[in-house]
Design a protein around this ligand. Sequence first.
Ligand code: ATP
Ligand code: MG
Length: 288
Amino acid sequence: MNVVDLRSVSFRYAGSERNVLSDINLKIEEGESVLITGPSGCGKSTIARVIMGLIPHSYPGDFSGEAYVLGMNILENPVSRIATNCGIVFQNPENQLFTFSVEDDVAFGPENLALPPYEICRRVDESLRLVGIEHLRHASPNSISGGEQQKAAIASIISMHPSLIIFDEPTSMLDPSSSASLIQSIFRLKESLREMGKEITLIIIEHRINLLINHISRMIVVSDGKIVLDGDPMTVLNESFERRIPINIPPLLRIYFRIKDRCGLEKPPRSLQELLSYLREDGWGRNG
Ligand SMILES: Nc1ncnc2c1ncn2[C@@H]1O[C@H](COP(=O)(O)OP(=O)(O)OP(=O)(O)O)[C@@H](O)[C@H]1O
Ligand SMILES: [Mg+2]
């Protein structure tokens, strides 16, 4: 079964004159780690809202097409039902934290699932540990940093044990080193859950491709409300380079795409050192 199945989805926000999404077709299978990227305003968050059923249930507008998440037709299921199995971490995490302590926010989802108290405690402990914020258990969400709020929001989602998690620009509030460590913890989390017998599917909306390139199994580029590229990350990046699509291709890969044919480079270098040593010892001297 596809975790996400969007068929010819188009959407126009009420009051807007043009479609924000046009004929989106997207199938995502269990266990995939998918990066969705594209220029600001191209419709990435709107796709996430469709997958969560927030569109059309909470955002008025003209919706057409069909959308299924975990086999549920979003038109026939309330957002609350979709949200029990499908979590989203929004661009602004503070909107997602609404109680007086991190612990209460993380417990909120399991409480709503009416789980027994011991299971709620177990899930709170587990989620705080997996995200690495046990020390913030009793902190007020208003008193912690943007990055810590982001982690608290993630913990509040994973405590529900969802099958699908969407991260909408999870690093938007973070400096480069905290961003890298957050992305690493997201994929460590996926690995830990797999070891615990739970396969989760990740959709990450992000501009900072360099942080994700070694983790993702698939990359999608959205432009002006359409999916313009979808596939293996390296192929999609190469194609984006050739077609000059304005996304953040990591600088090392830009150099690689520019020179690979001329220098006979068969695979991308993993570091600047590797590229320089190749150019010095092999390719550049002979072919350059
Ligand atoms: N609630 C809304 N009502 C009307 N128009 C909206 C609404 N939300 C978004 N839009 C418009 O829809 C378009 C796509 O917005 P969306 O937030 O999906 O883009 P995005 O790709 O996530 O951008 P960013 O990278 O800046 O987050 C934009 O032109 C935006 O102004
Ligand atoms: Mg967005």
